[in-house]
Design a protein around this ligand. Structure first.
Ligand code: ZN
Length: 479
């Protein structure tokens, strides 16, 4: 008996010692920053260019009849007018409905890179804005307008950087493509069409860079320093409709359970059975990077995930929706439809859910799981639209290191970390032809600014925009 107690005690103490030592050794890894190229940028020109971009009302609507294609054409003409050297030196092809593919030939063609952006924007509910959304008003050093953050700023950054470098006779080491779509916000086919075109030509990009994470603060427990979050994968998304039919009839002689009632029961079951906890590679890598900058107590957990997974599971549940979404497939009931009148039994009722798929969950197995949970053969499940989670990009490669070091040179002192993007972007199409697809919007974004994306009063400080140009120029030097 004594022996058993001694053994348990010994194991317990050893475990504590091991976890504490691992936490003590769990320190930031020194990282190299490349030497920043100093540029003499013409700020006035850059600002005037983005202002004109904002003035093109390139608004995407799922209802195609609402789209004003002339505004999109105006935008494309603007690019030709504002960036004459790019248009003279780089081949431009129009692909699909709205695609623009520029090809900047480098000294070598073996390892091409792709810089992506989109020039469509979501609609703006202008009555909630303090200033007009499509005039490019400048006030207190900020440029106002829909698309200033998402993502005419990155498109402008790429174009300004390239025009600047071509003007100085610069030729990139490798081919660079600029891949711009005008229907990202409605999950249009343009980007997929561009990728198919590149695939048919046998092009395998060494690196693809699209919008995504940004330089943000206070997003990770215990870390105060600004972090550059680079998405190395993104969750999938699927819309599923649940419908049930009945005879209908008058509400004065109802069955014990109406279709609406039975669907309500299904909803309760779905909410009672959340999807399982998963620790996927991008999230593990994020913990492995940012966790090293946390306080000691948190480092004990992040350095010993093999032991503290159950703790992490609880942390993910109590620490808010973002943490939870990083480690679970989420399922939000978003739509409901039943009878139009109080006294009419619904002949057909339905509800809809939006799932954000993580890790090994995909559209089909998630639907099957929901079907099992609902346990009602009269309820039909139908996948309306969706996409599976993207592949996870490599980070043990030169391209990742290059990207990291350029970020650190432009924003000294930031921590660069991989992360999982919770939203969907066009870049997922590129996973078909590249293992190095990175999602990073090169700008500093406060919580307030992040809320402006797709929200009201979207605007960008001029200083942030200039840094975006600097980033792309420095990136192009390294490609
Ligand atoms: Zn966007």
């Amino acid at each position: 008996m004594d022996f058993v107690i001694a053994f348990i005690l010994f194991t317990f103490i050893s475990l504590i010692i091991v976890t504490v030592i691992r936490a003590m050794l769990f320190k930031p890894v020194p990282e190299a920053a490349s030497v920043k190229h100093e540029l003499i940028l013409n700020e006035e020109k850059i600002v005037s260019d983005i202002v004109e971009m904002i003035r093109c009302k390139t608004i995407s609507y799922r209802d195609e009849t609402l789209i004003d294609t002339s505004e999109f054409e105006k935008f494309r003409e603007l690019l030709a007018e504002r960036y004459p050297l790019i248009h003279k030196n780089c081949g431009l092809e129009r692909i699909g409905k709205t695609g623009l593919l520029y090809h900047w030939k480098g000294k070598s063609h073996s390892n091409p890179s792709v810089l992506m952006a989109h020039y469509d924007v979501v609609p703006a509910e202008e009555k909630s804005w303090e200033k007009p959304a499509f005039e490019g008003i400048i006030e207190n050093g900020e440029i106002w307008g829909r698309g200033t953050l998402d993502t005419k700023s990155t498109l402008c950054g790429i174009m300004e950087a390239a025009e600047y470098l071509i003007e100085r006779g610069f030729v990139p080491n490798q081919d660079i493509y600029f891949s711009f779509s005008g229907e990202e916000e409605i999950d249009g086919e343009t980007c997929a069409d561009i990728v198919t075109e590149l695939e048919n030509r046998g092009i395998r990009p060494a690196m693809v860079l699209d919008e995504g994470g940004a330089i943000v603060e206070r997003v990770f427990p215990g870390v105060d320093k600004p972090c550059a979050l680079i998405g190395i994968a993104e969750k999938g998304s699927v819309n599923i409709e649940f419908t049930m039919q009945s005879q209908g009839g008058h509400s004065s002689t109802p069955p014990r359970h109406t279709t609406a009632g039975r669907l309500a029961k299904a909803m309760v079951e779905i909410e009672k059975h959340p999807f399982r906890f998963q620790l996927t590679k991008p999230v593990r890598e994020m913990f492995n990077t940012l966790g090293r900058y946390s306080g000691f107590a948190l480092r004990i957990i992040f350095a010993n995930l093999w032991l503290f997974k159950p703790v992490l599971k609880i942390v993910s549940k109590v620490s808010g929706s973002e943490m939870y979404a990083l480690m679970h497939t989420t399922c939000a009931i978003t739509k409901m439809d039943g009878s139009r009148a109080f006294n009419v039994l619904p002949p057909k009722a339905s509800f809809g859910v939006n799932l954000r798929l993580l890790g090994s969950d995909n559209m089909d197995n998630a639907k099957e799981r929901l079907k099992r949970i609902v346990k009602d053969d009269n309820i039909r499940l139908n996948i309306v639209s969706g996409m599976n989670p993207s592949k996870c990009s490599d980070i043990d490669c030169d391209e990742w290191l290059k990207l990291k070091s350029v970020v650190k040179s432009v924003w000294p002192g930031v921590i660069v970390s991989p992360y999982l993007m919770l939203g969907c972007s066009d870049s997922r199409h590129y996973c078909r032809i590249s293992n190095k697809v990175y999602r990073f919007s090169p700008m500093e974004l406060s919580k307030e600014q992040r809320d402006m994306i797709h929200g009201h009063n979207e605007r960008i400080p001029i200083t942030a925009l200039i840094k975006t140009v600097e980033f792309y120029a420095n990136m192009i030097y390294e490609l």
